[in-house]
Design a protein around this ligand. Structure first.
Ligand code: BGP
Length: 484
């Protein structure tokens, strides 16, 4: 008798890994590429936030400039991914390779050619590309000249960029994500990284609570319009395109069973996780957003047909990043609740990574259920993984058992979610090859199955080495998630 609970990952499940151009490619000024906002970010650390420098010549070390040099090593890298048996590879196109200033009259052919080559290489090994159109790498000129996404002109620049890449790659790329972690704009740190909005203060990328929500939500509205227009256009260019949203999902738990805590957790879930996907999946702002805007005196400047545009540009699938969960408390007494209200309150049942990110595989199952039964459309987990310090042993091995444990437990919970009925179609772990951290600009916060010889000061050969997790993930893919 077949055990109904012996459900497996679907046979065409998309196993793979994820990267972003600005953290991975390097070649920041090669092939006609213009500067992107990531190119003016300094390295920070666990405690010191990254900063935006006024000019590129400021002489500080810029981790994103050379990153890990995928730009020159893509063949070698893709071969390694193929060796692990990757079915899918999530990557982004650097907007400023295609339109160096964002508002140029013509696209840069050399930039397009680079991605022709990358996609051809993926095709050679039957690896499905999943392309993020904008991943924290808006052309810098659009930030300086227009103040980023606050300015509605960016919608047209973005849609034109989409038009160019959709047509160019229409027969080779099927899966597209319009904006990486679009809900970053519901948080202060997203102002520059996601919104390309110039900071007025000291240039810190941080959780500055005194920032301006009016500006962030207006910029977010422009991204919703841009995303919806891109979805519509993409489907006109190729009706088989699958275009998705991408949300940084933070799982919020109430610290206690006090109804005030429970309600607060739901409100945070709504505002920070679901506001964006409600607009992108259902095509309209949810009621709680309208209430929030009213209470906070936020006036979104909408054009007459914006509602229609949002309705016509609903995404085909939902994707998200998942790393951790956090607790929230309505009690403002930080001493009593044992934590910092704005940074999140520790969960006594969970351990955290070296960067303080609380490891919670079951939270992934909870999240998958939470998302699926709200939207009932296919879901992909497009980022998940453990940022950790790896040690290369004298014999050259890298024994990252902690990473294997983290991923194994999360994969088990994805399986449970599939049993729960969730339509999960893919899993791409973050930073499958070590790359620069978005949050801190560090190299030592590594996520990969493949080690890159490069340190925080930019030293190292950039040579690639297989970690223990490389062989483990290869087996996971080979057995379609059975042998964990
Ligand atoms: C997500 C971003 C990625 C990535 C990841 C890990 O928010 O989409 O770009 O870097 O988080 O974060 P970090 O690099 O700060 O460890």
């Amino acid at each position: 008798m077949v055990n109904k609970l012996d459900k497996k990952f679907p046979k065409d499940f998309l196993w793979g890994g994820a990267t972003a151009a600005n953290q991975f490619e390097g070649g920041y000024n090669e092939g006609g590429k213009g500067l992107s906002i990531a190119d003016v970010l300094t390295a920070g650390s666990h405690t010191v936030p990254r900063r935006i420098t006024p000019t590129i010549e400021d002489g500080m070390y810029y981790p994103n400039h050379e990153a890990v040099d995928f730009y020159h090593r893509y063949k070698e890298d893709i071969k390694l991914l193929a060796e692990m048996g990757f079915k899918a590879f999530r990557m982004s196109i650097a907007w400023s390779r295609i339109f160096p200033n964002g508002d140029d009259p013509e696209p840069n052919e050399e930039g397009l050619k680079f991605y022709d080559n990358v996609f051809a290489e993926l095709k050679k090994y039957n690896i499905e590309p999943i392309v993020t159109i904008s991943h924290y790498e808006t052309p810098l000129n659009l930030a300086i000249k227009y103040n980023g996404w606050v300015n509605r002109n960016l919608v047209d620049f973005y849609v034109r960029y989409c038009d160019v890449i959709f047509r160019r790659y229409k027969d080779i790329v099927k899966y597209w994500l319009t904006f990486n972690e679009i809900n970053a704009l519901t948080m202060p740190w997203g102002t520059f990284m996601a919104g390309a909005i110039m900071p007025n203060g000291n240039g810190e990328i941080s959780n500055n609570e005194t920032d301006n929500e009016q500006i962030r939500y207006q910029a977010l509205h422009h991204q919703f319009i841009a995303s919806a227009k891109a979805v519509k256009l993409g489907h006109e260019i190729n009706k088989d395109f699958k275009i998705g949203c991408m949300i940084a999902y933070m799982c919020f738990y109430p610290l206690t069973c006090n109804p005030d805590d429970v309600l607060l957790a739901q409100q945070k879930d709504n505002l920070h996780n679901f506001l964006c996907s409600d607009v992108q999946v259902r095509g309209e702002y949810p009621g709680f957003a309208k209430r929030y805007f009213e209470e906070k005196n936020i006036n979104i400047n909408m054009q007459e047909n914006d509602e229609q545009i949002l309705k016509e540009g609903k995404v085909d699938f939902y994707t998200f990043s998942y790393y951790m969960s956090n607790c929230v408390s309505a009690d403002q007494n930080e001493e009593k609740i044992g934590g910092n209200i704005s940074l999140g309150i520790k969960n006594p049942y969970l351990k955290a990574s070296d960067w303080g990110w609380q490891i919670d595989p079951k939270g992934l199952r909870w999240t998958l259920n939470n998302i699926y039964y709200r939207y009932q459309i296919p879901i992909m987990v497009v980022e998940n993984g453990l940022g950790a310090i790896d040690k290369v042993e004298t014999d050259g091995t890298i024994n990252d058992d902690y990473r294997i444990d983290y991923l194994r437990e999360h994969i088990k919970q994805m399986k449970e979610a599939i049993l729960d009925g969730v339509d999960l179609i893919g899993y791409t772990t973050w930073g499958c090859i070590d790359l620069v951290s978005a949050g801190t600009g560090e190299m030592k916060k590594r996520y990969g199955f493949i080690y890159v010889d490069r340190d925080d000061e930019g030293r190292g050969t950039l040579n690639r080495m297989k970690k223990k997790s490389f062989y483990w993930y290869k087996k996971v893919i080979e057995t379609n998630g059975e042998d964990l």
